[in-house]
Design a protein around this ligand. Sequence first.
Ligand code: NAD
Ligand code: UFG
Length: 354
Amino acid sequence: MCVLVCGGAGYIGSHACVALAERGHRVVIADNFSNSSPRVLLRLQRIIGAPVECERLDLRSKSAVARLFARHRFDAVMHFAALKAVGESFAQPLAYFENNICGAINLLRAMHEAGVARLVFSSSATVYGDPQSVPINEQARLDVTNPYGRTKLVMEQLIDDLCGTDASFRAANLRYFNPVGAHPSGLIGEDPSGIPNNLMPYICQVAAGRRSKLSIFGDDYPTPDGTGIRDYIHVMDLVRAHVAALDYLMRGEGNLTVNLGTGRGISVLELVHAFERASGCSIPYEIVARRRGDVAQVYADPSLAHRLLGWRTRLDVHAMCRDAWRWQSINPDGYQRPLGKLKSLPLDAIETKA
Ligand code: NAD
Ligand code: UFG
């Protein structure tokens, strides 16, 4: 199959390209590189063993999306392209609505006109807002607390409406919990611009000496050690679920909305200590005030994904930290360093299968 991967140059999309290629699919990336680097393409070529096609385009341009679909014959689409910073979404809600909703509508329109009827969509556990109880299953109340979350919820609803009105259209809404880690080669990984918002990339940058210490946002939550609990999921497990979801859609089994998490909650302090063990680095930290909008505990009930897709996570928190650290230590400046200058591990020396 030929799969269009919108946002395929980004953190999760790039890992999905590897998983799709391993499944034998041809991949075409569409990305405007607003939050990624074209350098990821050479890294992907190194991992996959063949060049990856890529079209530089902005999904907000209806005509550019139409031209993309005129040039290729896609069998399915994976849609990762979105702005994703919760804080920024409060400052620039219209930019988030335009990018994440208008961009996705342009994509859906082009798919409809080209008769491409299989979509895997990146949603988020943010659609559960402040959950009433954990673990969270897919029946939990939906309640967004920020404009970014609203874009995800609106897109899920639009996609559900399309599935309801067009019997040939099949879609998977995948609600990610907290993706972390990197491809085991250390060639691709998460490369946030500026100060990382998220915990794992921040820890990595402290370990690499780019930041002096981690600020832990509150130790007075009603959790065993007082720090926030989340469901961290290895990005390689996450993208394996995407391939399974695509297989499910291609078999014509229906539409689906599922949580993608491990089902295990880990506190900030537990993650810090797991990272220290996996990397051998010490992570200095200080406890500071809670971050606005944070909640005490968010973790998934992932049993529906297991039932429908036969998928469950395989990689534990040690693997998450080990692989995040491998990526960070080989690429202290992310994608800024050209491939030839990497102190890279030989690819055949390690297990690289998704
Ligand atoms: P990312 O920013 O690394 O990747 C997104 C990619 O989309 C980038 O390469 C960016 O350049 C591209 N893009 C954005 N807007 C575009 C546009 N208008 N046209 C073309 N390309 C565009 O983010 P990620 O972490 O890989 O996240 C992928 C998806 O998963 C997003 O939809 C995000 O909301 C969702 N998600 C991520 C997380 C997380 O913690 N990383 C959690 C839940 C959901
Ligand atoms: N944290 C710190 N210090 C930091 C960063 C985070 O203590 O420097 C803590 C947070 O308070 C929270 C935990 O680490 O307890 C995880 O925080 P992240 O920012 O890594 O992740 P969140 O769960 O807050 O948010 C992530 C994504 C959102 C998404 C949400 C639910 O960033 O986009 O998961 O899927 F909506």
